[in-house]
Design a protein around this ligand. Structure first.
Ligand SMILES: CC(C)(COP(=O)(O)OP(=O)(O)OC[C@H]1O[C@@H](n2cnc3c(N)ncnc32)[C@H](O)[C@@H]1OP(=O)(O)O)[C@@H](O)C(=O)NCCC(=O)NCCS
Length: 337
């Protein structure tokens, strides 16, 4: 029997507390005008002190499992994508697993930053098609707000990021009609580690010396993200457009066959540029960055759930997704919802 993986359930969660650009004006040297003009972001959700990445992921996961019409005991694997883990180790997937109360299943954490969710979806698809697993929970979740430099040194990064979580359940189904079945049709994954230091957090890390982190490094702000924004912008635009074209071609579709584009949300200008390069009508691109900022690995499942709730995305539609992020990593996915 041939198998396909169908996205049977989606869920998402953002912490209730909203920080508008005007709130940020009071906290750091920035303006609503600068943020909106350069990024399109109007507000983001940030957690209160006691909330962790796995807490956000738990709420999103429960919703995804419920929407899939499953019980949590039906899940046989968790794939967790985050760059803002609860702790250095073990992976946050294990903390989520304990909170969900589903012991003795496989848990895999992946570190692909903004591209993490598509990498996770791709891994889930391969496990499901192989026949080894039936229902895989793929989660992307981030708590960025606890790790942002709010001084003038870090303001180019601090204004961009929000907290949130998104989750999907990929379920094993029999492949009957490859053209019509709801299924993950293709995924393409890429990286170029030559650009690893264009967007990274240097410390703590054993490449920093015997101590991994010390007071001098903390004073220098090396525990915070360091970003070459212009380089990220240029590569993101090029790579997202490139991999979308490639994945459509490989899957035997024209770009015009795609009903909805769910791009990673790093900057509204990046997404507009990609749409312009590929002549994609803006109304086919579902953007959420205005409300959430960049939620990294959570962005695409969060957008998927919002698009479904808004009725923009419907069962049977053809969806294309593309993401770009630290690593550099980039990826695309095409699925029938
Ligand atoms: C971050 C980004 C919006 C910055 O835009 P930019 O046009 O490249 O801006 P620059 O970094 O050149 O800074 C321009 C000026 O704004 C200032 N600035 C930076 N951050 C600011 C902020 N939050 N508020 C106000 N001014 C700010 C800079 O100090 C600089 O001032 P100067 O001209 O007096 O030196 C843009 O580079 C970007 O979106 N890059 C991609 C980022 C991304 O996608 N990251 C996530 C990847 S997944």
């Amino acid at each position: 029997m041939k198998y396909r993986s169908e996205i049977t359930g989606t869920g998402s969660f953002v912490p209730p507390r909203i920080y508008t650009n005007f709130d940020l004006e009071k906290m750091m040297d920035t303006t609503d005008e600068w943020i909106q003009q350069r990024t399109g972001i109007e507000q983001r959700h940030w957690v209160d002190e006691g909330t962790t990445t796995s807490d956000l992921a738990l709420v999103a996961s429960i919703e995804a499992i419920k929407n899939a019409g499953l019980d949590k005991s039906d899940i046989d694997m968790i794939i967790f994508a985050t760059l803002s883990p609860d702790h250095e180790f073990p992976g946050t997937g294990c903390f989520l697993q304990a909170k969900l109360g589903i012991p003795e299943i496989a848990v895999l954490d992946i570190r692909q930053q903004c591209t993490g969710f598509i990498y996770g979806l791709s891994i889930a698809d391969k496990f499901i098609q192989s026949g080894s697993h039936k229902n895989i929970l793929v989660v992307g979740a981030e708590v960025h707000s606890k790790g942002l430099d709010r001084t003038p040194n870090g303001r180019n990064v601090a204004v961009l990021f929000g907290d949130g979580a998104g989750a999907v359940v990929c379920s094993r189904k029999e492949l009957i009609d490859p053209k019509k079945d709801s299924r993950i049709i293709s995924t393409h994954l890429y990286a170029d580690g030559n650009f690893a230091k264009e967007l990274w957090i240097p410390a703590p890390g054993n490449a920093m010396g015997a101590e991994r982190v010390n007071h001098a490094m903390l004073n220098e702000g090396l525990q915070y993200p360091q970003m070459n924004g212009k380089s990220v912008f240029v590569h993101a635009t090029k790579r997202m457009a490139e991999c979308l074209v490639h994945s459509c071609k490989e899957a035997g579709f024209e770009l015009s066959d795609i009903d909805v584009f769910l791009f990673h949300q790093a900057n509204l200008r990046i997404n507009s540029k990609v749409a312009e390069i590929l002549s994609i009508p803006e109304e086919k691109v579902f953007n959420t960055i205005q409300n959430y900022g960049n939620t990294t690995a959570a962005t695409i499942p969060l957008g998927m759930n919002d698009a479904l709730k808004a009725g923009v995305l419907k069962k049977g539609m053809l969806v294309a997704s593309a993401a770009f992020g630290s690593g550099f990593t980039w990826a695309s996915a095409i699925w029938r919802q």
